[in-house]
Structure formats: structure tokens, C-alpha cells
Design a binder for this molecule. Structure first.
Ligand code: NAP
Length: 295
């Protein structure tokens, strides 16, 4: 593989995604606030750097997989060292789940230094990332989408393009996570009904996951809802709340009511207040079980 990639953010997702690039033969320089998370990657051939700007090459490719908008805006600050070093011909492929307007703002600010920006959020949890089975939603300049294609191919099974607006892919991602939130709440309520009626929730969800709802979200999250094993988290509830709030905010900006998102927000907020913020997002299903008196 050709150019060195600077990978910034090695959380649950970033560690697995960067590993795919290393395994595919890309030279990868990694940076993470908590250095220890780079240990496995370094063993496998990545280079750990001290500061985020040291991860990127002038005119090269930077990938970010940070928790949220605030972290991304801090590290890729308008006149900060990372964007300056990336500079003319540089490309930032931004994979976190963030607000569409954050992508639009970053694209403009990067352009002032001659650098490009792609919104490229992902679908799939860390196990899918490990297996190179992510799905990417991508938007930004066509030539940048083309340049980044081999990266998406190393990490994912399919890429879906959403045009030139760098925020468009983030809208698609937020729609997806809103749908997951609604599905988890619906499954949790149905499971509570089954359980309190003396019917096995696992059997009920297994039947529906093989028939009317034969899709990864109902099958994967359905298992999590009935098993009630929420630690260690693959996707933390705090981040789930962040995503639902982003969907609500993006919807508010265009005047769209999202009543199901309000329910999902309340569930996640209540879960965090009960000390479950670092449990898996699927633990929001405990809310419906608690309301029904089955846990
Ligand atoms: P995570 O495990 O919580 O990791 C978050 C990353 O952001 C870590 O590298 C963390 O550094 C870094 N970070 C947070 N605040 C920072 C700050 N102020 N300055 C510097 N670094 C900071 O999250 P994740 O599950 O990997 O998710 C990453 C992104 O992908 C999120 O936007 C999430 O919504 C999205 N996503 C997650 C999944 C999933 O299943 N987990 C799936 C699709 C999309 P430290 O290691 O130092 O804490």
C-alpha cells in the first residue's frame, strides 16, 4: 500500500479499524489520548506518536474516530497544528458519529488550509470492524471519495455515497442510529410483554428475528436485550445518548418532529442517571423491563 495514514482515536472502534489498515499493509501512524490503547497496534506494526499532528503527513490522509463533536473540533481546530500540517492536498476522512453541521464547518475550515474533508461515518460494532465488515456512508468531493475508496475497502464491506455535501453522510448515519434506538425500545417493550405473560422473551424474539424482522439489528440487539449482559460495552450508553441527541438536533434544524427519539433520549438519560452510562447502549432496554416490573 502507498501513503502513510494518520489514525486519530483508538477507542472501541478505532483500535479495530486501524488494525485492519495495518493488516492490509498500509503504513499507519496512530495517536490516542490514552496511549495504552495503542499497545496491540504497535505490536502489529503501527507507529505510535506523541501528538496528533505527528500522525499526519503534509498532503496526506488523516482518519479520525473520536468520541464526539467536541473532541473532533478540539483536535482538528481551524488553525490548529493538525489541520495546518495536513495542509494543501491533505484529506481528513472523518468517521465519528457527529452532527452534519460539524462536518460542514470542518470542511470549510480545512479548505482554508487547502485540505479536504470527507464525512464517512460507519455502521457496525467493534466485532464488525475487526472483521472488516463495516458499512460506510460517505459524502464530500467526488475526487476525495475516490481517493479514500481503498481505505473503505480495507475496513468495510460496502460504501454508500451521499453526494458532495460533507454533512449528508452524517444525516444518513443519524437516521440509522435513530432507527436502531426505536428498534431496541420496541424489542424491550415486546420482551416485557412476553415475559410478564409467562412467554419466553428469548423464543419470541428469536422467532421474529428469523421471520418478520430478519435483519442484523433485530437479531443482534435482540440477543442483547434478552441476555442482559451489558458489560463490557461495545458501544457505550453515553455515546448512544449523544447520537439520539444529534438526531433530535438535526431534525429540529429542519423542522422535523421525532417523537420516538424523545423516548429513546429519556431512556438513555435515565439509564445514565442509574449509573449505566458506560454499559452497552442496549442496556436502555432495562427501562422498559423496569417499568413492567419484570426486573
Ligand atoms: P470510545 O470507545 O468511547 O472511544 C472514544 C475515542 O475518543 C477514544 O479514542 C478517546 O480517547 C477519544 N476521545 C474522547 N474524548 C477525547 C478528547 N477530548 N480528546 C481526545 N480524545 C478523546 O468510542 P467508540 O465506541 O470507539 O466510538 C467512536 C465513534 O464512533 C463515536 O462517534 C461513536 O458514536 C461512533 N460509533 C461507534 C460504534 C460502536 O459500536 N462502538 C459504532 C459506530 C459508530 P481515550 O481512549 O483517551 O478515552
Amino acid at each position: 500500500m502507498g501513503e502513510t495514514i494518520g489514525f486519530i482515536g483508538l477507542g472501541n472502534m478505532g483500535q479495530e479499524m486501524a488494525l485492519r489498515l495495518v493488516e492490509a499493509g498500509w503504513p499507519v501512524r496512530v495517536w490516542n489520548r490514552t496511549k495504552e490503547k495503542a499497545t496491540e497496534l504497535v505490536k502489529r506494526g503501527a507507529t505510535l506518536v506523541e501528538r496528533p499532528e505527528e500522525a499526519v503527513e503534509p498532503g496526506g490522509i488523516a482518519i479520525s474516530m473520536l468520541a464526539d463533536d467536541a473532541a473532533l473540533l478540539e483536535i482538528f481546530a481551524a488553525d490548529g497544528p493538525v489541520v495546518k500540517r495536513l495542509g494543501a492536498g491533505g484529506l481528513h476522512v472523518s468517521m465519528s458519529t457527529i452532527h452534519p453541521d460539524t462536518s460542514r464547518r470542518l470542511a470549510k475550515e480545512h479548505a482554508e488550509h487547502g485540505a479536504s474533508y470527507l464525512g464517512a461515518p460507519v455502521f457496525g460494532r467493534p466485532n464488525a470492524a475487526r472483521a472488516g465488515m463495516l458499512w460506510f456512508a460517505v459524502s464530500g468531493r467526488p475526487e476525495d471519495r475516490l481517493r479514500a475508496r481503498p481505505i473503505f475497502e480495507a475496513m468495510g464491506r460496502e460504501t454508500f455515497e451521499f453526494g458532495d455535501d460533507p454533512g449528508a453522510a452524517n444525516v444518513a448515519k443519524l437516521c440509522g442510529n435513530f432507527l436502531i434506538a426505536a428498534a431496541v425500545e420496541a424489542m424491550a417493550e415486546a420482551a416485557a410483554l412476553a415475559e410478564k405473560s409467562g412467554v419466553g422473551a428469548a423464543g419470541m424474539l428469536e422467532m421474529l428475528g428469523k421471520t418478520l424482522f430478519a435483519c442484523p439489528v433485530y437479531q443482534g440487539y435482540g440477543q442483547l436485550v434478552v441476555k442482559r449482559k451489558f458489560e463490557p460495552a461495545a458501544f457505550r450508553m453515553r455515546l448512544g445518548l449523544k447520537d439520539v441527541e444529534l438526531a433530535i438536533s438535526a431534525a429540529r434544524a429542519v423542522g422535523v418532529p421525532l417523537p420516538f427519539a424523545d423516548i429513546a433520549r429519556n431512556r438513555a438519560l435515565a439509564g445514565i442517571n442509574k449509573g449505566r452510562g458506560d454499559w452497552d447502549w442496549s442496556a436502555v432496554s432495562l427501562g422498559a423491563a423496569e417499568d413492567a416490573g419484570v426486573v
